[in-house]
Ligand binder design. Structure first.
Ligand code: ATP
Length: 133
């Protein structure tokens, strides 16, 4: 099978750059599965995992939203943050999750509520991706 080049880039630099058989992730519009030869498109991503399959190997990268740009031979993901499962600090993610949960229990204005909800999503996503290590 011909491969697809995947680059995942953040403001701090590249996080992933490799050939894969298939990329799967959640766009705002729903689940996406991309193989080489896909029609060009741009889609906003949710806070979620990017799954990368190559042969019998599967890798996961946690991304906090951003955009996915598809060309027939290449996918580029531009995300505010992205971590491969092996570089996730699980203690930090657990702490962030507890902090966000505590904030969501308290009385908050709408802005803080939304912010805590997003922080909780990022933390839960990192914990999920770490579990695939
Ligand atoms: P925290 O409250 O722990 O900072 P956060 O969700 O607010 O979590 P972000 O603003 O999304 O953190 O990310 C800030 C930077 O820290 C990014 O470079 C991101 O990749 C990194 N980062 C955040 N959490 C973790 C983690 N658990 N393990 C590894 N890197 C992390």
């Amino acid at each position: 099978m011909k491969t697809l080049h995947v680059s995942i880039v953040t403001p701090d630099g590249p996080v992933y750059d490799s050939e894969v058989d298939m990329l799967s992730t959640k766009a705002e519009s729903g689940e996406l599965g991309i193989l080489r030869g896909h029609i060009p498109m741009v889609a906003p991503l949710q806070i979620g995992a990017v799954r990368l399959n190559k042969g019998s190997e599967t890798e996961y990268v946690a991304v906090s939203g951003g955009f996915l740009e598809v060309r027939p031979e290449k996918v580029t993901i531009l995300a505010q943050t992205a971590e491969r499962s092996e570089s996730i600090d699980i203690a930090r993610a657990e702490e962030a999750k507890h902090r966000a949960e505590d904030r969501l229990q308290g009385k908050q204005d709408a802005v803080d509520f939304k912010r805590a909800e997003l922080a909780l999503k990022r933390a839960m996503n990192r914990i999920d991706v770490y579990s695939h290590k």
